[in-house]
Design a protein around this ligand. Structure first.
Ligand code: FEO
Length: 404
């Protein structure tokens, strides 16, 4: 396959290029998240007064495609600096090859990035650790490096380039999918879903660091950002800038203003199916927006989509079958991801179904409460629910409804 066909080179400023790779091969991002929608890796290149400075690279393994793309703009021997905003190998993956082709390169990044580069790639390049707020002037351009730790790793920095008021952010403001346009001026709703999925899957665990880093960036840049250039997805410009900042604030909330309820359940033989159909109907009648994710003998939902969707939901209903005296394994895994990526906050209603042993509810309730969720109630059903049990479920749904 000619992977060079997946490369896009374009300009996002007079002297600022984007080198974008459309990755449609990776099925599981981070070997974990299903991404049938694909993902892009975006690097940026600023050329000013004969000085070339590269911001990030692409995923490890795309070396020849990256070198070809870069060579189509400059001779690699002209590259003076590479800024590594974040060392995860979907962004730093080509450093070793670039260093081998041009050992004169100076790498700029946080001091942690310095350590990580050496351990990941076994190279010993010239490295300058940039301090928080440090400025590098290249011709007419002023580059301000801003430390934004934990977005996504502790090593992370952003670069603000003035006077073009462009903020290069790596994972922050990134999204899954292969956007048709390199630059967007407005963010369509389906793209916000892609941003939220990426945020929750990747940055969700570190969500407590979002607002303070966002405020810090806005303060340092005097709220003048005109372009946001992330390392995944589209470059954001115009109306898209303010909208992205607003939705990021919303993403970081543990209990959002949304009225959506996400229902997630496993059903091995259909008992929980009937309960969840009833719950869906009741919540719909009450005016809640509902998303349903099922794990049955006929269907297996995309867990990455689920975790992204649940991020901004007001509440969650879990339907868990009992398996080997434990929660059904896929639900166990989903509960672990909810704990890690949401970090508590939301109300959760737990419905379990069992055959010969009612062993799950306490186990799950304790785990979720310990993680900071509010467990509205647990309802345990033995096989097929009775009329009386449907009545009990209606009662606990009222408690979920009244939680706000
Ligand atoms: Fe896109 Fe944390 O790497």
């Amino acid at each position: 396959m000619n992977k060079d066909a997946n490369v896009i080179i374009d300009k996002v400023g007079r002297d600022l290029y984007i080198l974008r790779y459309n990755d449609t091969d990776t099925k599981y991002f981070e070997a974990l998240w299903e991404i049938p929608e694909g993902v892009t890796y975006n690097a940026y290149l600023l050329i000013e007064d004969g000085t070339a400075i590269l911001f990030d690279t692409w995923k490890k393994g795309l070396d020849s495609e990256f070198v070809n793309a870069l060579n189509s703009i400059i001779d690699i021997r002209e590259l003076k600096y590479i800024v590594i905003h974040h060392t995860e190998p979907d962004h730093s993956g080509i450093i070793k090859t670039l260093y081998e082709k041009n050992p004169q390169i100076t790498i700029l990044g946080s001091s942690m990035a310095n350590k990580l580069i050496r351990s990941f790639y076994g190279i010993n390049p010239r490295f300058k650790a940039v301090s928080d707020g440090e400025v590098l002037t290249i011709g007419d351009y002023k580059l301000t490096f801003i430390h934004i730790p934990w977005l996504h790793w502790p090593d992370t920095i952003a670069t603000y380039i003035s006077p073009i008021n462009t903020l290069i952010t790596c994972d922050v403001f990134g999204a899954y999918s292969i956007p048709k346009s390199v630059i967007i001026d407005d963010i369509p709703e389906d793209y916000i879903v892609s941003m939220r999925k990426y945020f929750t899957n990747i940055i969700g665990f570190y969500r407590d660091n979002v607002i303070k880093n966002l405020d810090k960036v806005l303060s340092i840049t005097n709220n003048k950002i005109e372009v946001i250039a992330p390392s995944h997805g589209a470059v954001l410009r115009g109306n898209a800038v303010g909208r992205a900042i607003d939705v990021y604030r919303e993403f970081a909330l543990k209990i959002p203003r949304d009225s959506k309820i996400v229902i997630v359940y496993s059903s091995m033989y259909g008992f929980i199916d009937s309960i969840m159909n009833y719950i869906t109907q009741v919540l719909n009648n009450w005016g809640f927006r509902i998303s349903v994710y099922r794990f049955t003998d006929k269907e297996r939902s995309n867990i990455g989509d689920l975790i992204g969707d649940v991020n901004n939901a007001f509440g969650i209903v879990l339907g868990i079958s009992t398996y080997d005296t434990e929660p059904f394994p896929l639900m166990d895994y989903i509960i672990e991801l909810l704990i890690r990526k949401l970090r508590g906050g939301k109300p959760i209603l737990i419905i379990t179904d069992y055959g010969w042993g009612d062993v799950v509810p306490k186990h799950v309730k304790t785990r979720l409460e310990k993680a900071g969720f509010t467990v509205i109630d647990t309802v345990s059903i033995n096989g097929q629910p009775t009329e009386r049990e449907f009545g009990r479920i209606l009662g606990v749904l009222q408690n979920l409804k009244n939680f706000k």
